[in-house]
Design a protein around this ligand. Structure first.
Ligand SMILES: Cc1cc2nc3c(=O)[nH]c(=O)nc-3n(C[C@H](O)[C@H](O)[C@H](O)COP(=O)(O)OP(=O)(O)OC[C@H]3O[C@@H](n4cnc5c(N)ncnc54)[C@H](O)[C@@H]3O)c2cc1C
Length: 410
């Protein structure tokens, strides 16, 4: 095993980590290769995760959750990711992301719906990205038109995780009032049907193959007004507040990358003690020892940043991790993980390149985490804009703090 850094974990956190590690090795690891090969969402694993109490842990006890902290969720995600990326992403998205948003801003009916579906084994989908609105999410053109007590949603989202298998969807759309006035961007909760909320394409992905990514088309999807997820700030500022909940997902995504790296390093450590060349275990070569030490150092730094971000809260009484810490942790951990996994694969020589070992799967899976959930470049922009206190030219109104560069110069 790689060096374990407990970084001040409490006895109950250590117990949870140990339980998740046991589950990961016993239940998840034997299934990981087949999930990737068959490209099938693993319903059996979801059921097992639900039975073990790893779904909806962060939800309030009153709704069937465990009032678990984000750090608790992170500990479970890390252990699952060592064995299977798809499984760890299921834990992320049933404890963070859309669930964080609904639990923070939802009304009682929305919370009850989300909690019920998650406890039944649903992995909610969060629908933001569109073909012409990726990093520039505010350019979205999916629209929600108010008609009496309902909103009618039309448009298209792509690269939606869980498309075609998720039941609950948190859809972001530009909202128009009865007179066609642009009110801003809002979140809408809808349950999949096969008419108005349809899967229109499944992506063929490089990795993460058991988790469907797809395009969703909304054709006059009717969402009742009581299913609008609305922060107190209203539609005009609402998108920025809704996106704040995404800081939990960011910590979760960084943790998945870190967990994959930890799993790869575990494999590498065992191998360098066992594989002999030039009459000795390859781990006796200093060239590899220094690589190992660098891998462990990067992993420890990632773990410290992610645990700290999970424990943190943003300014102004936010219920979510601090945006600066979450962004920095995701940038660092996702980039470090790509290097660690590729170095681990290198230790196996030709065998590392074979599909018989998990390293090539890990290398394909880990590549995603500098892209999804905010690219490494866009997160750097967010960090820099906060450092400078400026609205940077490559951001849109509403994303960045005032004063703008021009305000500051005047
Ligand atoms: C596996 C996977 C799962 C995903 N799941 C979801 C999901 O569930 N829901 C969802 O809504 N979306 C999801 N996404 C989409 C993801 O959030 C977007 O891919 C991401 O926001 C980037 O958008 P884009 O792909 O359109 O790239 P673009 O925005 O077109 O960016 C292209 C390149 O330009 C760079 N760039 C863009 N703007 C700037 C800037 N201002 N400064 C510097 N560089 C910049 C980017 O970093 C990137 O390298 C997923 C993506 C992947 C790969």
């Amino acid at each position: 095993m790689t060096l374990d850094v407990s970084v001040g974990l409490s006895p109950s956190e250590l117990a949870l980590q140990a339980r998740a590690r046991d589950f990961s090795l016993r239940v998840v690891r034997p299934r990981a290769a087949a999930i990737d090969r068959d490209e099938q969402f693993p319903a059996d694993i979801v059921k097992a995760l639900a039975g073990a109490g790893f779904l909806g842990m962060t939800m309030p006890k009153a709704l069937g959750g465990q009032d678990a902290s984000y750090l608790d969720a992170v500990l479970v995600i890390e252990e699952m990711a060592k064995s299977c990326t798809v499984t760890s992403r299921i834990v992320v998205e049933t404890n963070m992301g859309a669930i964080s948003t609904v639990m923070a801003y939802g009304n009682p009916a929305q919370k009850e719906l989300a909690a019920r579906l998650v406890l039944e084994g649903d992995k909610p989908a969060i629908c933001i990205t569109e073909p012409d609105a990726g990093s520039d999410a505010m350019a979205m053109t999916t629209r929600a038109d108010k008609r009496g007590d309902v909103f009618i949603i039309n448009g298209k989202k792509h690269w939606i995780t869980g498309a075609g298998v998720s039941r609950l969807h948190l859809i972001f759309a530009r909202v128009f009032g009865e007179r066609g006035d642009d009110l801003g961007i809002g979140g809408f909760l809808a349950v999949r049907d096969d008419k108005a909320l349809r899967l229109t394409k499944r992506e063929k992905t490089m990795g993460l193959r058991g988790m469907p990514e797809g395009e969703l088309t909304f054709d006059n999807l009717e969402v009742p007004a009581n299913m609008v997820v609305m922060p107190p700030s209203g539609f005009k500022r609402g998108f920025a507040d809704l996106m704040n909940a995404y800081n939990s997902q960011r910590v979760g995504a960084g943790t998945v990358a870190m967990g994959i790296a930890g799993g790869a390093l575990d494999h590498a450590l065992a191998w360098v003690k066992q594989r002999e060349q030039f009459g000795r275990p390859i781990g006796e070569f200093q060239g590899l020892q220094w690589m190992l030490a660098d891998m462990q150092t990067q992993l420890t730094a990632s773990r410290l940043m992610l645990y700290q971000a999970a424990r943190s809260r943003g300014p102004d009484g936010s219920a979510f991790p601090d945006p600066m810490l979450a962004a920095q942790a995701k940038i660092f951990a996702s980039e470090a993980a790509i290097k660690i996994v590729h170095d681990a694969l290198q230790f196996f020589g030709a065998r590392g390149y074979s599909r018989d070992l998990p390293l090539e799967r890990m290398a394909r899976d880990v590549r995603m985490f500098t892209i999804g959930g905010g690219t490494a470049q866009v997160l750097r922009t967010l960090v820099a804009s906060k450092m400078l206190g400026w609205k940077l030219p490559q951001t849109r109104d509403g994303y960045a703090p005032k004063p703008s560069i021009r305000d500051a110069a005047e």
